[in-house]
Design a protein around this ligand. Structure first.
Ligand code: COA
Length: 260
């Protein structure tokens, strides 16, 4: 697959996706969203890929939001479709990815950019990063799951404050709020991400996929997270990886998981 807006590379079982529109601060236009959807969907069926990293090109922005120029003349119906399609094909797909997804936030993560980072399973930010949901400055609200995921990550009161004020907060404050997992100097961002990805790479892939389902189920009002945990726990016993993990422990050797 040829990508025009993304740089997509696989190295050491990690799929690296770089949104590559630095002249527009990596704003999410239709093409970027379509390519992101394809890249994440393809990764699900690619045995070589064990985890995914998403970042932005350049040193200024992860993603400065949805492309404002693109939706300036949208009607009510077009606005709804924009949010629905984006949520279903990109943001929910990332959140439900069977392969762990890490956002490496290398600068501004605003609006749709922060929503993209929040859809990922965990977030590492560079010290220069600034995060916020400034949609109300445009007469909008977040539409790519931001009202839900921000409240899940930082609590309802702080989410209201950030959405109401449109404030951009520095990485350190985001760390204190639990909005990001780690903050490192920009030059160490990929190194830190790779350190975590390296650990993920050694773990049992089907167990990771089960963990994604169980954790996400707790945030889905249609599901009972405890029930999903029971089912997924049981499913793990039916995998070769479980047998390999247990025998490796008993043999005092490193497990060699096959994702089967
Ligand atoms: N959509 C479309 N284009 C965007 C964009 C967005 N969300 N964010 C930045 N850009 C474009 C700018 O229009 C500019 O393009 P130009 O050079 O052709 O004029 C280019 O990216 C650089 O941005 P600029 O505003 O000149 O950089 P800055 O350093 O002065 O300001 C920001 C950086 C992030 C503060 C500012 O770009 C900004 O506020 N962006 C919008 C953030 C936002 O509201 N996002 C939520 C959208 S729902």
């Amino acid at each position: 697959m040829d990508y025009q807006q993304l740089i997509v590379e696989t190295n050491n079982n990690i799929l690296y996706i770089t949104i590559n529109r630095p002249q527009k601060l990596n704003a999410l236009n239709k093409e970027v969203l379509a390519e992101l959807s394809t890249a994440v969907a393809n990764a699900q069926n690619n045995q070589e890929v064990k985890a995914i990293l998403i970042t932005g090109a350049g040193e200024k922005a992860f993603v400065a939001g949805a492309d404002i120029a693109e939706f300036q003349n949208y009607t009510l119906e077009e606005g709804k479709l924009l949010a629905k399609n984006g949520q279903e094909t990109v943001f929910n797909a990332i959140e439900n990815s069977a392969k762990p997804v890490i956002a490496a936030i290398n600068g501004f993560a605003l609006g749709g950019g922060l929503e993209l980072a929040m859809a990922c399973h965990l977030r590492i930010a560079s010290e220069n990063a600034k995060l916020g949901l400034p949609e109300v400055t445009l007469g909008l609200i977040p539409g790519y799951g931001g009202t839900q995921r921000l409240a899940q990550l930082v609590g309802k009161g702080k989410a209201f404050e950030l959405i109401f004020t449109a404030d951009m907060i520095p990485a350190q404050e985001a760390l204190q709020l639990g909005l990001v997992n780690h903050v490192v100097p920009l030059g160490n961002l990929l190194e830190k991400a790779n350190e975590i990805l390296g650990k993920i790479n050694l773990r049992a892939p089907l167990a990771l996929a089960s963990a994604v389902k169980a954790v996400n189920a707790g945030f889905n009002s249609q599901l009972n997270g405890y029930d999903v945990e029971i089912a997924e726990f049981g499913n793990c016993f039916d995998t070769q990886d479980f047998k390999e993990g247990v025998s490796a422990f008993l043999d005092k050797r490193k497990a060699n998981f096959k994702g089967k």
